[in-house]
Design a binder for this molecule. Structure first.
Ligand code: PLP
Length: 288
């Protein structure tokens, strides 16, 4: 039996039964972008489009066993993490990814359509929901810094998350760059700092920053007025993971992912009684 040649991504994240964020959103993005998505659940949430009601942690050993079994079976080239909820889970996932990339099993596996075998880890360091509910238990930040970021290809913090990691206040684009450089000290290869929460920035402009050791790129665009949408972070990180699995470099993949998500933000869906969700359709394709 031969392994099917399709780009594969494993998402390891929380479950959002309303479908706008978490593994539900991640799988839609992956399918839409043409990669095979596998999903392991890190925690359960009760939530609707109006916000998170409560979080149900799952036993860390059981959660990690899911990832381990699927990693070695499906052998994805890219793993994307979202809401991990618990410091023990974060530490274990770092250990597991290290072991995965050290092993030879990936050498001959069919990894992506360009034939590249590069493995990548995309980490969306989820701390809070958009409505302010904590999605990470105490100790989680240190676990990210010590165990997961050193083996991460791209980390995708928003402004509050970047402030938590860097310990500095971010008020403008100079601060964004300084905070991103500080986060690089963890050992992560690239920081994609999302400027959506930047206070006092030009009201019409949105700016995201991609920062590596030797390269820095700004993605400027038109801000969508009143776009308080659910699931933007999950959608962006999953799009980055998908483009990497398709064989794009980090710079190209992030650029495409940012454009794709901005289109989804400009064309939101209102599926429930609360916040809208990012449209996860192919660029320019409308429903109906
Ligand atoms: N629920 C889950 C499972 C998530 O992973 C996230 C964010 O990553 C959220 C809720 C919060 O999403 P938002 O901040 O877009 O509302």
């Amino acid at each position: 039996m031969t392994m099917t040649c399709v780009p594969k991504v494993l998402t390891f994240a929380g479950s959002d039964p309303s479908g706008g964020a978490g593994i539900q959103a991640d799988l839609k993005v992956m399918t839409q972008l043409g990669v095979y998505g596998a999903a392991a659940v890190a925690a359960l949430t009760r939530q609707t489009s109006q916000g998170v009601v409560s979080v149900m942690p799952l036993p860390a050993d059981w959660v990690i066993a899911q990832v381990e079994e699927v990693l070695w079976d499906i052998q994805p080239s890219v793993m994307k993490t979202g809401m991990l909820q618990n410091a023990d889970v974060i530490r274990e996932i770092g250990r597991l990814w290290r072991k995965y990339i050290q092993e030879d099993i990936q050498r001959d596996a069919c990894r992506n359509i360009q034939g590249s075998h590069n493995l990548a880890l995309v980490v969306d360091p989820v701390l809070h929901s958009g409505t302010g509910v904590s999605l990470l238990a105490s100790g989680g930040l240190d676990a990210f810094w010590q165990e997961l970021l050193p083996v991460t290809t791209v980390v995708t913090p928003n402004v509050p998350e970047a402030e938590a990691f860097s310990g500095m206040e971010i008020r403008n684009t100079e601060d964004m760059e300084q905070a991103a450089r500080c986060i690089l000290n963890s050992g992560v290869r690239w920081v994609l700092l999302k400027g959506g929460h930047l206070p006092g920035c030009d009201e019409d402009q949105i700016v995201d920053l991609l920062c590596g050791q030797d390269q820095i790129l700004w993605f400027r665009g038109q801000r969508v007025p009143k776009a308080d949408l659910h699931g933007t972070g999950c959608t962006l990180a999953s799009a980055v993971a998908s483009f990497l699995a398709l064989g794009f470099s980090v710079v190209e993949g992030v650029e495409r992912a940012v454009q794709w998500v901005r289109w989804g933000i400009a064309n939101p869906l209102f599926v429930g009684q609360g916040r809208g969700v990012v449209c996860q359709r192919e660029l320019g394709v409308k429903f109906g």
